[in-house]
Design a binder for this molecule. Structure first.
Ligand SMILES: [Fe+2]
Length: 277
């Protein structure tokens, strides 16, 4: 029928209004979102979580839940606070940015050889704490041996890597770059900053290589605090994905509160450290 059915016309008009309203709401929600858009579609948030804005997927890495129990086996006793603290941080991020899904880019748990009792408890507490607020997917890290047994109970999708809006997400302990924009964890990057009187402070940072379009996420773990990528050039060899060029072309990105801090590339920071400039 020429011009289509009248009811279809009304629905199409309403659909357009609803679509415009939704895009306006989504745009204002993205504009209100804290953090820094490192490349179109990837927004780094203070504290270590990253939002993939097209599908509103949160990506985090290296939680190392149960790390405290593993340290106790080595004779070091520390308070078991990681799961609660990480849960509180993610609760706030989920409230602030309202993601549809969350991907853990590896090392959800810590112990290599088996699932410790604390790991079972902490992972169950972590999943239950999400309270169905987001769908969870986990990518396997080098610490995640036997994690599949726990995740199967909760029917959580679990694999070697995943893709969101064409962005590849994997842990980074194995594999090669394939030309896609890629997000990894594994390196636990951090920076040690010194002031003019010699006081120093070490904090997590993101690393981003604009040319290769590779983003390295900081660890969310409070215990496994990270590799200073400037004073430890051995960090170049931590991921086979970065073989050859290492981390020299990466720019560290950190936050002071909600404020983004900019730095020169890691290679230049290492030169400055060597020459004392
Ligand atoms: Fe890790």
């Amino acid at each position: 029928m020429k011009g289509g059915h009248p009811i279809f016309k009304i629905e199409t008009g309403l659909g357009k209004v609803v679509t415009m309203l939704l895009s306006t709401l989504r745009l204002s929600s993205i504009m209100d979102t804290p953090g820094f858009e490192v490349i179109e579609g990837i927004r780094l948030l203070p504290g270590g979580a990253t939002l993939l804005t097209e599908e509103r997927v949160l990506v985090v890495a290296d939680l190392h839940l149960g790390c405290e129990a593993a340290l106790e086996y080595e004779g070091l006793s520390i308070p078991r606070v990681q799961t609660r603290k990480i849960g509180q941080y993610l609760d706030k991020v989920i409230r602030d940015v309202r993601p549809d899904r969350m991907v853990v880019a590896g090392d959800l748990k810590h112990n290599f050889s088996r699932n410790l009792a604390q790991e079972w408890q902490d992972i169950e507490r972590f999943i239950e704490g999400l309270n169905d607020s987001v769908a969870l997917e986990v990518v396997k890290g080098n610490h995640d041996n036997y994690l599949g047994i726990i995740l199967r109970e909760f029917r959580i999708p679990y694999g070697k890597e995943t893709s969101v809006s064409g962005i590849r997400i994997l842990h980074g302990h194995s594999g090669q770059l394939d030309g896609r924009t890629t997000i990894i964890g594994h390196i636990h990057p951090s920076l040690r900053l010194r002031d003019s009187v010699g006081a120093s402070f070490k904090d997590h940072c993101y690393l981003f290589d604009e040319e290769r379009r590779v983003l390295v996420l900081p660890a969310l773990s409070l215990v496994s605090y990270g590799t200073d990528v400037v004073s430890q050039p051995s960090s170049d060899g931590m991921s086979p994905l970065l073989s050859g060029r290492g981390l020299a072309d990466f720019v560290p990105i950190a936050f002071s509160g909600d404020r983004q801090l900019s730095f020169p590339k890691v290679g230049l920071l290492r030169d400055m450290r060597r020459t004392g400039s």
